[in-house]
Write a protein that binds this ligand. Structure first.
Ligand SMILES: [Zn+2]
Length: 175
């Protein structure tokens, strides 16, 4: 046996080193204590396959007002909220008549009204300046853009969302 402290040779079975007196059973250098293991982050829920699922960072779209409406309001009045986007002015009138019962319909009436005002304005300006070459072209492009906005809004209502109409919502009226 070799004393780990002083390196002297010690008889087999000795309790202490005969040279320096160090205890032989504690000769081995103390192992470095394990650092406190870092606890794994606690998963919020577990998926069906047992994999931990962590909550996604909450992303709030300032134009998304879906949370302001009750799920019942949305599901009950989805069809009426679709009408202004689907049937134009006709649908808008029907929805305006029905909106007092539903904040969700009222929201979409405002969006569709903005869209209609923009469409009418584009048509009006195009009509007045139809003798120019550039305005009818811009008017046609704007009409296509407004139609796309209308389709986007339609599908958002289908999925029960209340998101402000793209582009037209930035025009600041009918807030
Ligand atoms: Zn020793």
């Amino acid at each position: 046996m070799i004393c780990s402290k002083c390196g002297a040779e010690v008889a087999e079975g000795a309790m202490f080193c005969t040279t320096c007196g160090a205890p032989m059973n504690a000769a081995a250098p103390n192992p470095v204590p394990n650092p406190t293991p870092t606890p794994a982050p606690t998963p919020d829920t577990f998926a069906g396959n047992g994999a931990p699922v962590y909550a996604a960072p909450i992303y709030m779209d300032p134009k998304d007002h879906t949370a302001e409406f009750s799920a019942k309001d949305i599901s009950d009045n989805k069809v009426i909220a679709l009408l202004p986007y689907l049937m134009g002015t006709m649908g808008l009138i029907i929805a305006i008549l029905a909106q007092k019962d539903s904040a969700y319909v009222a929201f979409h009436v405002r969006q569709a009204l903005k869209l209609t005002v923009c469409t009418v304005l584009v048509g009006f300006i195009t009509l007045i300046l139809c003798w120019t070459i550039i305005v009818p072209i811009i008017g046609a492009i704007a009409a296509v853009v407004l139609l796309v906005v209308d389709i986007i809004c339609f599908f958002r209502v289908c999925s029960g969302k209340a998101i402000e109409a793209p582009i037209v919502s930035s025009f600041g009226f009918l807030k």
